[in-house]
Write a protein that binds this ligand. Structure first.
Ligand code: SF4
Length: 130
């Protein structure tokens, strides 16, 4: 069975119950459409450790542990929720640099990172990283 995870924004999680992400996964729609008919388990739903005045104390150590959990639990893919992107002045969603950093670290240990969970911008394609 394929195991996947969702990564979302800590600040957004303060007022988000994750229903949009979980609905899309359960329906195998939007960012999860490519899994239709596949035996896939949503094995984790985690957040970054925050930024600015919402930063958690064990920021780096905690992220390292979460990345290690992905590897230890054989999670093949992490989908990045759209709440981790904010629109710029041209109304174009730009990925949070903290999430981009975590994504590079996930890819470096063999966990593939995909763009989106739900919503019109959720392509479900491999995340393009610089
Ligand atoms: S680092 Fe990015 S994803 Fe995390 S809380 Fe801050 S804005 Fe949200």
């Amino acid at each position: 069975m394929k195991k996947i995870a969702i990564l979302r924004c800590l600040k957004t999680s303060a007022s988000c119950a994750g229903t949009g992400c979980l609905r899309a996964f359960n329906e195998r729609s939007e960012g999860f459409g490519k899994y239709a008919g596949e035996d896939v388990q949503l094995a984790a739903m985690w957040t970054c450790n925050g930024c600015g005045d919402s930063m958690l104390e064990n920021q780096e150590e905690g992220i390292e542990k979460k990345i290690a959990r992905m590897v230890k639990n054989n999670i093949e893919a992490v989908h990045i929720s759209h709440c981790t992107s904010k629109k710029n002045a041209e109304e174009v969603p730009v990925l949070c640099p903290t999430i981009a950093n975590i994504s590079r670290r996930l890819e470096a240990v063999g966990v593939r990172v995909y763009d989106g969970t739900h919503g019109q911008h959720a392509s479900g394609e491999r995340l393009k990283l610089d």
